[in-house]
Design a protein around this ligand. Structure first.
Ligand code: G4P
Length: 526
């Protein structure tokens, strides 16, 4: 019974946006409404404090990016919200993709002056793969932006999802007066420096209040006309269509002014799905099953550089987690004691006593846990759909001091466990090849190798354009393929066979010549 209630209370989501649309600011306001932080500015100062404690993060700061993603849990009304942060920089997109496999819904933030931007399109494609329900927040209404109708049209045509406006702006930029809530028939007035709670916002029910007329002035008649148009022409909010990922309810506001955030949060807790059932290699797991299951979607190193710890982030899919319990680590077929697991209360990391479906816990990891790993209470199954993408850039590591080869291998292997880069060892040479989806990752790895492992190395370009994981049902044919193509084959960090193609044409030929072999562009963690 407790499990059912606790599960229904959970809302686990991520914010997707193009950098600068206002994700950090909105996160901060959500935490503020959740009572998790007392003062605006805390998320940013937390960011700064984290930077100060970890040297390699100085690099992120220098480059103005946020590499690390974290999990924040906070209560709102009778709900428990888990907000999974996603790195904004394009070079870390794989990380973001995997975070999106661990959520039940997403919140999309769009800058009202810029509209739909490139990163938003990419992230939306990922959400599409799983029909993730999406709520849209159009931000920065206090600045001049594009017309609301034009913005909705753009979301519909570029992102291919139907929009259902739930709040509607009354003016914009210097003329911003408030928003009208189409479902509750309320007008929320915009008052800079206020709007922190419902109590300090001015809200009118209905449009007929004389005081509202006075406050809106000559915009009152304009609003009535516009609303008539909007109500006639727009799609009404349809919860089922939202849950199916076919329609996105749209809210307008200004995160930095706290404005329009509470209606967004209220609608979110009301309508966003709780923990959903999830597919595994053998069956679908319902969150209401009493045995614990979960999967690891992220590994983060050196959250505390003094302890060199690595933390594996596990999304709980069913059952109950209790501190110190033993769980079955499916990949290694070993029982593992989940001692000292962490939760991520917005205020700090705390030791967790119990956690429920939808929650994320952090498990200390000394290298045995990988991204994609499943934990159960004994059942032999693995969650599916947590991909490792084929890298698009490849470089060979060259040591300045050849005696450090052991440290280099260890460093590359451990850093690739975090999932942002992948590490390959060719069958026929002693090269160490690193694959990444963005150039910046090579700098990050070089920096961290030096800082954390004392290894000074360079990354030089090599003639590889793409990678494919190689599978074959027929052992004999696979062995034959391996022998013939040994000079193109490598092992990845998990020991899986990978074809590193020098050109697209070479890859095409290899595929044509070996019909019994399957070439996969992603490695599903099994
Ligand atoms: P991100 O995480 O999506 O990258 O965006 P972030 O929240 O850091 O916001 C990017 C910039 O947009 C910040 O300004 C932030 O203050 C501003 N911003 C966010 N919401 C609003 C809003 O509703 N209205 C207006 N006018 N601006 C908004 P910055 O100058 O880069 O940083 P800061 O100096 O303000 O901290």
């Amino acid at each position: 019974m407790t499990q059912l209630l606790e599960t229904r209370r959970r809302r686990t989501f991520a914010i997707i946006s193009h950098p600068d649309a206002g994700k950090t600011t909105l996160t901060e306001k959500l935490l503020l409404f959740g009572g998790a932080i007392q003062m605006a500015g805390s998320v940013k100062s937390r960011k700064a404090a984290r930077h100060a404690t970890s040297d390699w993060m100085a690099l992120e700061k220098e480059r103005g990016i946020s590499v690390t993603s974290s999990v924040m849990q906070f209560p709102y009304e009778d709900r428990v919200i888990n907000l999974l942060d996603t790195p904004g920089h394009a070079d870390f997109s794989e990380d973001t993709y995997r975070v999106l496999t661990a959520v039940d819904s997403a919140l999309m933030v769009i800058d009202c002056a810029k509209g739909v931007e490139e990163r938003t399109i990419k992230l939306m494609e990922v959400c599409r793969l799983r029909d993730t329900p999406i709520i849209t927040f159009i931000n920065k209404l206090d600045r001049e932006g594009r017309s609301p109708i034009e913005l909705l049209d753009e979301v519909e045509s570029v992102l291919g999802i139907q929009c259902a406006p739930v709040t509607w702006p009354i003016g914009m930029g210097s003329r911003l007066k408030g928003v009208y809530h189409l479902l509750t028939n309320e007008v929320h007035l915009y008052e800079p420096g206020r709007n922190f709670t419902r109590q300090d916002s001015t809200i009118f029910t209905g449009l007929d209040h004389p005081e509202l007329r006075r406050r809106l002035g000559d915009m009152y008649d304009e609003l009535r006309e516009e609303l008539e148009l909007v109500l006639g022409a727009s799609n009404p909010f349809d919860r089922d269509a939202y849950l199916a990922g076919k329609q996105t309810p749209v809210f307008f506001g200004s995160a930095v002014n706290n404005f329009g955030v509470q209606p967004l949060l209220d609608a979110f807790v009301e309508n966003a799905p709780g923990p959903l059932a999830r597919a595994t290699t053998s069956r679908v797991i319902s969150p209401d099953e009493t045995k614990l299951t979960g999967f690891v979607f992220k590994i983060q190193a050196n959250m505390d550089p003094m302890h060199r710890d690595r933390v594996a982030f596990m999304r709980i899919c069913s059952g109950k987690f209790t501190a110190g319990m033993k769980a079955f680590h499916v990949r290694t077929r070993k029982e593992m004691k989940l001692a000292n697991a962490l939760t991520f209360m917005a205020s700090d990391r705390e030791l967790v006593e119990t956690a429920w479906p939808g929650d994320v816990i952090g498990i200390h990891n000394h290298g045995t846990i990988s991204i994609g790993d499943t934990f159960t209470e004994g059942e032999n199954l693995s969650f599916t759909g947590i991909p490792n993408f084929a890298p698009e850039l490849f470089r060979r590591a060259r040591l300045r001091d050849p005696l450090k080869i052991k440290q280099l291998q260890k460093g590359l292997a451990q850093l690739s466990e975090e999932g942002a880069t992948q590490f390959f060892r060719p069958l026929m040479s002693n090269d160490l090849i690193l694959g990444a989806v963005g150039v910046l990752q090579f700098d990050v790895v070089a920096y961290r190798l030096k800082d954390e492992y004392g290894v000074d190395c360079l990354f030089e370009t090599i003639g590889v354009v793409t990678a494919r994981w190689v599978h074959g049902e027929d052992e004999k044919k696979l062995a034959e393929f391996r022998e013939k193509n040994a000079s193109f084959l490598s092992l990845d960090a998990a020991g899986e066979l990978v074809y590193l193609a020098p050109t697209r044409v070479n890859l095409q030929l290899a595929i044509e010549r070996a019909p019994a072999i399957r070439f996969a562009a992603t490695r599903e963690h099994a």
